[in-house]
Design a protein around this ligand. Structure first.
Ligand code: APR
Length: 260
């Protein structure tokens, strides 16, 4: 359990003096909301499922119905989830600092539902869909007679070309959305405070953003109970869960305590 006195000396001052904070997040920040991570322990998604089947275009083409159903299950489970104190903590920083940018690898909408206004999704979203053949956007609004969001089965087809609809997420081997990645790079190059929260930094090019930040003369804070390649480059490392560390930082700021 992190307590205020465990926050590293100098961290709060650095945060309070920041002009533009970037929060770079991964699956770890959504774990407390019941959303599984990918590589973190036995329940990590890719420690249970074959990513080649569920997170590549070939996997989708060869196992279309099974892959579609899995993404629909994920979409519904995230719709039923709620933002946790980690997401809410990040959203709170928008009230404290002049500028905040969230750059997430996550495909859930929990940052937005926590109130974050500026969220860049590098790996797409479970709540956007498009045609696998012509990329025509597809609006998913399948509800039960009672108005509940339900899975879209059978898999819908494109209204423009008749192709199969796919999830709007970035699969392994696919490029990141160019404009989003360019905006993320610009934010990292402009910020004077960079948080890396809940990510193993195993997947590039997204993870490069953290190492880009670490090469700049700015304050880099890592929040992760496990070690990553950023440990020896971050200014501060909180070996803590996001849903504990972020409220503790906000508490220290609100009490105006200066850490000697
Ligand atoms: N708070 C903070 N960090 C946590 C927490 C928590 N409560 N719980 C787990 N973690 C950390 C783990 O220690 C791990 O380092 O979150 C990290 C999750 O790592 P991954 O499962 O690899 O997730 P991520 O880094 O987001 O993966 C990147 O890989 O499969 C692709 O597209 C997928 O966006 C994903 C990308």
């Amino acid at each position: 359990m992190i307590t205020e006195r465990k926050l590293p000396a100098g961290l709060i001052t650095k945060i309070c003096n920041a002009r533009h904070a970037v929060f770079f997040t991964g699956a770890g920040i959504s774990k407390a909301s019941g959303v599984p991570t990918f590589r973190d322990g036995a329940d990590g998604t890719w420690n249970r499922l074959n990513w080649r089947l569920y997170a590549t275009l070939d996997g989708f083409k060869n196992n279309r119905e099974e892959v579609w159903k899995w993404y629909e299950l994920r979409r519904l489970s995230i719709h039923a989830a709620s933002p946790n104190d980690g997401h809410l903590g990040i959203a709170n920083f928008e009230k404290l600092l002049p500028k905040v940018t969230v750059i997430t690898q996550n495909v859930d909408d929990l940052h937005e539902r926590a109130g974050s206004q500026s969220v860049i999704h590098l790996h797409g979203s479970l709540f956007s869909h498009r045609c696998a053949a012509c990329a025509h956007p597809h609006t998913m609004n399948v509800t039960s007679p009672e108005g509940q969001i339900v899975a879209s089965t059978p898999q819908p087809r494109c209204t423009r070309c008749g192709g199969w609809i796919r999830p709007g997420v970035v699969w392994f081997g696919e490029g990141l959305p160019e404009a989003d990645f360019a905006n993320a790079v610009a934010a990292v190059n402009d910020c004077d405070l960079f948080f890396s929260i809940g990510t193993s930094l195993d997947v590039h090019p997204a993870a490069n953003l953290a190492f880009m930040a670490a090469k700049r003369p700015i304050c880099v804070v890592q929040v992760n109970p496990q070690e990553t390649a950023l440990n020896d480059q971050a200014t501060f490392t909180l070996k803590e869960k996001a849903e504990k560390a972020l409220p503790a930082i906000l508490q220290a700021i609100s009490e105006g305590s200066q850490h000697v």
